[in-house]
Design a protein around this ligand. Sequence first.
Ligand SMILES: Nc1nc2c(ncn2[C@@H]2O[C@H](COP(=O)(O)OP(=O)(O)OP(=O)(O)O)[C@@H](O)[C@H]2O)c(=O)[nH]1
Ligand SMILES: [Mg+2]
Length: 299
Amino acid sequence: MPGDKKFRSGFVAIIGRPNVGKSTVLNYLVGEKVAIVTEKPETTRDKIRGILTRPDAQIIFVDTPGIHKPINLLGKQITRVAKDSLSEVDLIVFVLDVAKGITQEDRLIFGLLKQAKKPAIAIINKVDKVSKSLALPMIEEASRLYDFKEIIPTSATLGDNMDILLKKTIEYLPEGPKYFSDGQFTDKTERFMAGEIVRGKALELTREEVPHSLAVLVEEFKERSKKKLVYIRATIFVERHSQKKIIVGHKGQMLKAIGEAARKEIEGLLNKRVYLELWVKVYENWRKDPQALKILGYA
Ligand SMILES: Nc1nc2c(ncn2[C@@H]2O[C@H](COP(=O)(O)OP(=O)(O)OP(=O)(O)O)[C@@H](O)[C@H]2O)c(=O)[nH]1
Ligand SMILES: [Mg+2]
């Protein structure tokens, strides 16, 4: 509406299967590296809020773990986090992967959308990977499966149509107050972000069963003001001794590489010098252990 100066605000859940690009969408729209992104599925394990404040609106995007058929307690827990987040938002952005089509697991999510009865926008992501013509039949199929407000083909890595997604998102938000202050781009603490950066680097550098078995606990996060330095001590948990050997690497090379890459990124985030101390511990079957999930912040 011309002359409409009302301030809009609200919460927007980004949902979808693992690896479709939800966290990439979040980071692009917020303009900060709020959530870790890797080429491996099931990267995000927590609900992560990313905040975009503009003169006309404040949007709180809620990045969620990929919804899948869980095979262990951790999987159950993180799928529940994603599902629960639907009840607390004003709008849902459902991310589909054009290269994969609409899969069985996507259909599960269509079911959740119907239950949630919330306005939703679908995006057909990763259009840069395939011929543009593939998006059309998917748009048609998606529109038959749910009454979306909009269906938009996007590339979150290239930024294609992300401006349209943002514009439409704001249109569907209610009038509302500013929930967070101007400079704040996430509700997560620096301590949490530091742990995630370590986990992200460890995920990137390892293969096969190791990434899924990784968890990081920040045991100490201390500012040493005299030295203008942040001291961080974190433990990387794995499930088996063989995995510990991989994380430590030959003569500790792997752990050193993870630590150096993570330290640089944390320094960028905090804008301070960082001393990062990493330890590796075996915690057998932690993904099935309610006590472990609690300690590691997943319950
Ligand atoms: N080519 C291409 N790759 C993309 C696009 N969006 C995301 N990716 C890649 O897809 C992979 C997964 O991206 P994420 O953002 O971590 O996906 P996610 O949906 O958050 O995954 P989970 O947290 O595991 O559920 C990464 O390698 C991204 O770089 C896109 O538009 N095009
Ligand atoms: Mg993610």
